[in-house]
Design a protein around this ligand. Structure first.
Ligand code: G3I
Length: 477
């Protein structure tokens, strides 16, 4: 990507005296609000709000134990930094290599984390053999790449960045090899191929400098509107969010909301907030303010499903390599110590009112039927529940439970089941669990207990053991 927002770098002021005073005031304010919540983690606090909090990890990161331990403790979603890109997965035509991507997936699965697949079609990290193809071969090669990769990871990724960074800054589509071969149709063709290969994955367009309302996001908005109206399987927009400290666009929330209003999920996918080095304490406090603003913007948009930081700590980030002189963009410093940004993000999660992503299904084609649903009971009582296995791997699995109100509205629900073979839940979201031996009881979270007549909500979990679909019961007081 090109450096975003460079013009504003030139004009940034460094009024350190005043800033230091303001920083001290902010620190006191943050400190006063924290003690009751400081024991929590980003993932627990995000899950309590029906969201995830993610990170990007590369295969190299997996060998750094301090970094991955922190990642596993704090995050519940992983985006592979490079390992699923075209240059890694199909370096020569028809020769696929998923080894590195698989390592990230198994790390995620073994720590109860979900995976955002990144990415299927992008002008960068694209092998030269693709860019130099005769144009009449590009569509076939693109569809084959998408089909092969999305099939390989079928059921293992929560979402795919199907198309990455398709826009120029002026809101026109980049004239890359895909555009040259297929025109603007390449986006719909790519989305349809990905949907056919993995009908349950949420399919995204992901880009940078689209966080505020501007020419670039306007271009994407028009395209998204058109794709949705044609029934193309587009399910979400990823806002990368590579920010410069103090420069969070004031229209971030409104911008995400207008995409959400099209019936799309939205997500902050690659958050970082760089500082001209060396960073002083006022800049670190400002960075905390920035992280808090971003988290609050996501929480304020009911279809914002989560926030991912692009990395873990300041010692392992792409920023200095691409923006010489800049650094310190993460929530942890290079000694893995939490920065004001971490405190602010956690505090924003913990103090926001309860909202959760809308259960409204996407406007585009509905997902295929669940892989292994438990029998759907007739809704004779107040509510019913259906448990579906959405993903499984050796030693573990992921399930989703849909809770549906009967002919009357319910205010609070309780779902129960008994594990048949010693399974144990490792991570559960959108509900609160209590376990007694093999008996599991899940009650609604604070934000999803009220269901109108016939309305539904879902909760999910990852578990250890062999995938099972026990009979589930639902009761409501
Ligand atoms: O694999 C080669 C290695 O063989 C070689 O020795 C080394 C020498 O520099 O380079 C290695 O490749 C590097 C690659 O990461 C894998 O580590 C590239 O130089 C380097 O440019 C590449 O950077 C990645 C960048 O995407 C490329 O555009 C970053 O790690 C990655 O964090 C970054 O991620 C992107 C997202 O995918 C899309 N949005 C922006 C974001 C930040 O640029």
């Amino acid at each position: 990507m090109k450096p975003p927002n460079h013009s504003s770098d030139r004009s940034r002021g460094r009024v350190r005296g005043l800033a230091a005073v303001l920083a001290a005031a902010t620190a006191v304010a943050v400190g006063l609000a924290m003690p009751a919540q400081a024991a929590s983690t980003l993932k627990a606090s995000a899950e309590a709000k029906g969201r995830y909090f993610g990170t990007a990890l590369t295969r190299g990161d997996l060998g750094i134990s301090a970094e991955v331990n922190l990642a596993a403790a704090q995050f519940d979603m992983v985006t592979p930094g490079n390992e699923m890109k075209w240059d890694a997965t199909e370096p020569s035509r028809g020769s696929f290599n998923f080894g590195s991507g698989d390592q990230i997936v198994s790390f995620a699965q073994s720590h109860g984390m979900r995976v955002r697949g990144h990415n299927l079609v992008w002008h960068a990290q694209l092998p030269a053999w693709v860019s130099s193809l005769p144009l009449n071969q590009v569509q076939g090669v693109m569809e084959n790449h998408i089909t092969t990769e999305a099939t390989h990871y079928k059921g293992k990724v929560y979402a795919w960045d199907v198309i990455n960074e398709p826009y120029n800054e002026d809101g026109t589509l980049r004239q890359d090899v895909f555009y040259k071969a297929m025109g603007a149709n390449y986006l719909a063709i790519a989305l349809r191929a990905a949907h056919a290969a993995d009908p349950n994955a949420k399919l995204y367009i992901n880009d940078y400098n689209i966080e505020g309302i501007n020419a670039k996001s306007n271009g994407l908005y028009s395209l998204a509107q058109s794709l949705v109206s044609q029934g193309v399987p587009l399910h979400g927009i990823g806002f990368e969010s590579h920010f410069i400290v103090g420069q969070i666009p004031s229209s971030l929330q409104a911008n995400m909301q207008r995409f959400a209003d099209l019936g799309l999920d939205v997500a902050i996918t690659e958050l970082d907030d760089r500082i001209l080095m060396p960073a002083d304490s006022s800049e670190l406090q400002q960075q905390g303010t920035d992280y808090g603003k971003v988290v609050n913007a996501c929480l304020a948009v009911s279809r914002c499903v989560g926030v991912s930081q692009w990395g873990v700590d300041d010692g392992h980030t792409w920023i200095p390599g691409t923006f010489p002189g800049y650094g310190a963009p993460m929530m942890w410093d290079s000694s893995y110590q939490p920065k004001p940004a971490y405190t602010a993000a956690l505090n924003a999660l913990n103090s926001a009112p309860n909202t959760s992503p809308s259960p409204t299904p996407p406007v585009s084609p509905s997902p295929t039927p669940p892989v292994s649903p438990s029998p759907t009971p007739p809704v004779t009582g107040a509510c019913s529940a259906t448990l579906t296995t959405v993903n499984s791997w050796p030693g573990g699995f992921q399930s989703e439970v849909t809770v549906r109100a009967g002919s009357s509205a319910v205010n609070g629900w309780t779902v129960k089941w008994t594990w048949p073979g010693g399974q144990t839940i490792s991570s559960l979201w959108n509900g609160t669990q209590s376990v007694s031996g093999s008996s599991v009881t899940v009650r609604n979270a604070s934000y999803n207990g009220s269901l109108a007549a016939g309305a539904s909500t879902t909760f999910g979990f990852t578990a250890n053991g062999t995938a099972a679909t026990p009979a589930v019961t639902c009761t409501s007081p």
